[in-house]
Design a protein around this ligand. Structure first.
Ligand SMILES: [Zn+2]
Length: 137
């Protein structure tokens, strides 16, 4: 449970509340079963314990699945690109974003005219799934 708050926020609060209630109920069931055991009622005791253990297993499974989905989403983020422009000859160069890049920052020399190039834009590449176009004619 060392995840930053940013990822925690993505879990819907309703789901979190349901999970919390389920977890509490399962712990309560196990506790109740334990009490029955201490009272000598092994039958009721095992019933409550099985109930509690099952609920606990189910809720932790759901929690695990939710966490995995969030991690998958986080990994899917598209890479950042940096566009470098030569003001003299108009040469445009696109490369991966590097730490410290900012717009109007001086970049490496232009391979064409040897003039200092400048970072023109930084953008995130969005690869959208396009529906196949239906063409008429
Ligand atoms: Zn140039």
């Amino acid at each position: 449970m060392s995840e930053p708050f940013a990822t925690k926020k993505r879990i819907s609060p309703i789901l979190l509340a349901i999970l919390l209630v389920t977890l509490l109920l399962s712990v309560f069931s196990i506790f109740l079963g334990f009490n029955y055991y201490l009272d000598g009622d092994a039958n009721s005791g095992s019933t409550y314990m099985i109930l509690g253990a099952t609920t606990l297993a189910l809720s932790s499974y759901v929690l695990f699945q939710t966490r995995r989905r969030i991690l998958k989403l986080a990994l899917k983020t598209q890479p950042l690109n940096t566009t470098i422009l030569c003001e003299k000859c108009g040469l445009k160069n696109v490369r991966d974003f590097q730490r410290g890049d900012y717009i109007f920052k001086e970049a490496e020399s232009c391979p064409k005219c040897d003039e200092k190039m400048m970072i023109a834009s930084i953008y995130r590449e969005v690869k959208e799934k396009r529906k196949p176009e239906t063409r008429l004619g």
